[in-house]
Design a protein around this ligand. Structure first.
Ligand SMILES: O=C(O)[C@H](O)[C@@H](O)[C@H](O)[C@H](O)COP(=O)(O)O
Length: 257
């Protein structure tokens, strides 16, 4: 059971992106001061991209030792390298190419024109092997300080979509075919892998997410509403704007700005 579960609501999408960017910057700094490095798992989507842009524009950007940040992805659209719709491409353009990361510590999921060609199952297995190589001891996964997640209108997180095979998956990485959100072919960490993180932040804006978030926070099952199956080891944060929080009971909201 997560040690802490909180729902923080900000006035609008712009303020949310700035607040999450500030929170992310401090989280990286605190992780580095505690462990010597910070490990973050990125996601895709419009809200995540807005957060990355806000981090890049932050006056505190240089307070992070970017050379000691490990970057993973929670999911990826299975497209050719450099494709503008790849989550890696979006993260690099918004933030990663603007900070002095150690390239060896940035680990994108394989593109569809990479070593595994257009075989997403092989690419998923490759990522699982990469994760295991960096893991300590007998673990299958490295330590994740933080997993960032957007939330879909249907309650998906990463590329774990309701009622799809990845929602039942127990292995850490899965290939996704037939995703309802284009593109149809993806690679994703599964909920068991996501839930090994010390913290997981679910970040969403807009009225279109309100119903799924209301169900997820109220205890909907992880297969029907994957966002409802997210549980960080130390902390689970819902970081929302007012529109996305509109169907939450008042008692569910920890802070409203
Ligand atoms: O590949 C993707 O698009 C993401 O991994 C996906 O999980 C995204 O985070 C949500 O669909 C929310 O996207 P928006 O923030 O754009 O609504």
């Amino acid at each position: 059971m997560s040690a802490e579960h909180a729902v923080i609501v900000h006035a609008d999408a712009d303020l949310l992106a700035e607040a999450v960017a500030a929170r992310l910057t401090v989280k990286l700094i605190d992780a580095q001061s505690a462990r010597g490095s910070a490990s973050v798992v990125l996601t895709g989507g419009r809200v995540a991209a807005a957060v990355y842009r806000a981090v890049a524009a932050s006056p505190a950007l240089g307070a992070v030792d970017w050379s000691r940040v490990d970057v993973w992805w929670g999911d990826e659209r299975f497209l050719p390298a450099g494709h503008p719709d790849r989550n890696e491409t979006q993260a690099r353009q918004a933030l990663l190419d603007l900070v002095p990361l150690d390239p060896a510590r940035v680990r994108p999921m394989a593109p569809s024109d990479g070593p595994d060609g257009d075989d997403p199952e092989a690419a998923a297995a490759r990522y699982a092997a990469q994760l295991a190589r960096v893991a300590e001891g007998s673990a299958d996964l490295p330590y994740f300080d933080l997993v960032l997640l957007g939330v879909g209108e249907d309650g998906h997180v990463a590329s774990v979509f309701p009622e799809q095979p990845a929602a039942y998956e127990t292995r850490p990485v899965a290939a996704v075919r037939g995703a309802p959100k284009p593109p149809p072919v993806r690679i994703t960490l599964t909920l068991p892998a996501i839930n090994t993180a010390d913290e997981v932040w679910l970040i969403a804006t807009g009225p279109g997410k309100a119903a799924a978030i209301g169900m997820a926070v109220s205890g909907a099952g992880a297969v029907q509403v994957p966002a409802g199956g997210v549980e960080g080891v130390g902390r689970t944060l819902w970081l929302l704007d007012r529109a996305a929080a509109a169907q939450l009971p008042a008692k569910a909201v920890s802070l409203r700005s």
